[in-house]
Ligand binder design. Structure first.
Ligand code: BG6
Length: 506
């Protein structure tokens, strides 16, 4: 009987899983900026994975477009070389890659030039009305509006055409608005897909599951139970070859305006009425708008910015930022810590600390939610407050620290012990790259994982006063040694409130 129930359950699970798998799609996907690093490292490998998993039909065309005068064969050769470099051997199958390459095309064209000869591109595109057509613009953001204009001028926008824009959307509110206006002149908002690859991360999406599918957590998810939240995005890499871009951006524009504010809004939002793109984005937007605006005084008091100097990362000596940049001077921050507040009833009085940096001690993106301590302790000695740690990457998982009786016959002593879930072990499956989900969602026209115009603009609205405050701040930029956890003053930012960045058991 039990056996019978078990097999019925597994049959229904199989049925549900099958229904969940999307059938193979056929589409035209134009990558603008097709010889760039992002295309080779992320986009084409992501498509290959989806092809390998049967989600892309053989009638699909992935058309690389760039200014270089390459033949289709030469572009396919580059693609396969990138695969060998960037796809893990266990996920790579030469025969599948060869089959996939038949879907890859190349057209030499400057797509920001509307007067160029667009016929070779136009003739590659399918003419069926329902066929989805996507332009993925991975060039410099200052070319986005011009590119949209040129696509429109050459008559390539159908009703089912979408445009995907990589970050950064602008460098401040005015430039973001100009890009949104320029692209919006030719594409409706429901045709515009602004990428934030953090939303493509399974673990970021999992915050929704953790919060809204586990009442045990959601009931505690408020100022009554939570003392503070710490979000860390630490990287061990330096700026590498991206120095010229990075030096005009800095950590605030590069990581916080987009990725970390998105993480924060998913973490803090009210439950949306549904998982539709509109409902979800409405709730995220409310959080972005509820962030307490920073006055100059607050910027001075509640932010820390610094630049990495030379140091040791992973046992290797590495140069400082200026040497990486090849410059004598720069006031660009490669690290920052911010104390933010959300003005809602749920979060009144709960600080959200955000820190991110290059050349730090370890690569890790984590969220730590610290719960309030017991109001009345019956045990002797200090009790560490409970913490929920959400590991977004690497070692994806969640742990909850619990005060426990330390086994000993010498009385009642408490010690922390962790309840730990490691998703790779729990699910025994591969973690898809964030671009796999994002690219296929753009093809399907599903905007739930993309940033709406008002979100981008609300994020800039909060970021701009920080940039202004820094510009007016006479304090010299701090430095931190590569391979450290950042400057001491970032620790002081939390100490002031009685908290610490340091993880438990450290
Ligand atoms: C990018 C930033 O958007 O995100 C990079 O421009 C940063 O500077 C990267 O390294 C971090 O992404 P991930 O997925 O490695 O956390």
């Amino acid at each position: 009987m039990a056996e019978h129930r078990k097999s019925a359950r597994s049959a229904s699970r199989q049925k549900a899983e099958k229904a969940h798998q999307t059938e193979a799609l056929s589409f035209d996907f134009v990558i603008v900026g097709a010889t760039g690093d992002l295309t080779m490292r992320k986009l084409l490998p992501a498509f290959y994975q989806r092809f390998r998993h049967g989600q892309i039909a053989a009638t699909t065309k992935i058309i690389g477009v760039a200014r270089s005068d390459l033949t289709v064969d030469a572009y396919r050769q580059r693609t396969v070389e990138a695969f060998r470099e960037f796809i893990a051997p266990e996920d790579y199958d030469e025969a599948q890659a060869t089959a996939f390459l038949q879907l890859v095309y190349y057209v030499p064209l400057d797509m920001s030039d509307k007067e160029a000869d667009w016929n070779p591109l136009a003739s590659q595109l399918g003419t069926e009305k329902e066929r989805s057509r996507v332009f993925y613009v991975a060039t410099a953001p200052r070319l986005y509006a011009q590119t949209a204009d040129a696509i429109a001028h050459n008559g390539l926008i159908t009703d089912t055409t979408r445009i995907v824009l990589e970050k950064p959307i602008g460098t401040d509110l005015a430039s973001a608005t100009a890009i949104n206006d320029g692209v919006g002149r030719h594409f409706r908002e429901d045709q515009i897909f602004r990428i934030d690859h953090y939303l493509g991360k399974q673990t970021v999406q999992n915050i929704l599951a953790l919060r809204f599918a586990n009442p045990i957590l959601e009931r505690l998810w408020n100022a009554d139970s939570i003392a503070h939240v710490r979000i860390t995005a630490a990287e061990t890499v330096g700026v590498g070859k991206r120095g010229p871009y990075y030096d005009t951006a800095g950590a605030l524009r590069d990581m916080v305006q987009n990725h970390l504010l998105q993480v924060l809004s998913v973490l803090a939002m009210e439950p949306p009425p549904s998982l539709s793109a509109t409902d979800l984005r409405d709730e995220k937007l409310k959080i972005l708008r509820a962030l307490r605006p920073m006055t100059h005084h607050m910027v001075h008091r509640d932010t820390v910015r610094a630049q990495y100097g030379a140091g040791m990362v992973g046992g290797k000596a590495v140069p400082g930022y200026l040497e990486d940049l090849g410059s004598d001077a720069s006031s660009t921050e490669t690290y920052l810590a911010i104390r933010a507040e959300i003005r809602t009833a749920r979060w009144a009085g709960v600080p959200f600390y955000i820190r991110t940096g290059k050349r730090m001690a370890r690569k890790e993106t984590t969220i730590v939610v610290q719960f309030r301590p017991q109001p009345w302790a019956i045990f002797e000695g200090p009790i560490e407050p409970g913490e929920l740690t959400i590991r977004l990457q690497p070692d994806e998982g969640v742990s909850l620290s619990l005060a426990s009786k330390y086994p000993s016959e010498e009385g009642f002593r408490l010690k922390e012990a962790d309840l730990n879930v490691n998703y790779a072990e729990a699910f025994k499956t591969r973690y898809p790259d964030s671009y796999e989900d994002l690219l296929m969602a753009a093809v399907r026209g599903d905007q739930v994982l993309f940033i709406r115009r008002d979100e981008v603009e609300a994020a800039w609205q909060w970021i701009e006063p920080i940039l202004d405050g820094w510009a007016a701040d006479a304090r010299p930029l701090e430095t931190y040694p590569a391979g450290s956890w950042g400057p001491e003053s970032a620790e002081k930012l939390l100490e002031r409130d009685g908290f610490s960045w340091k993880e438990k058991n450290q």
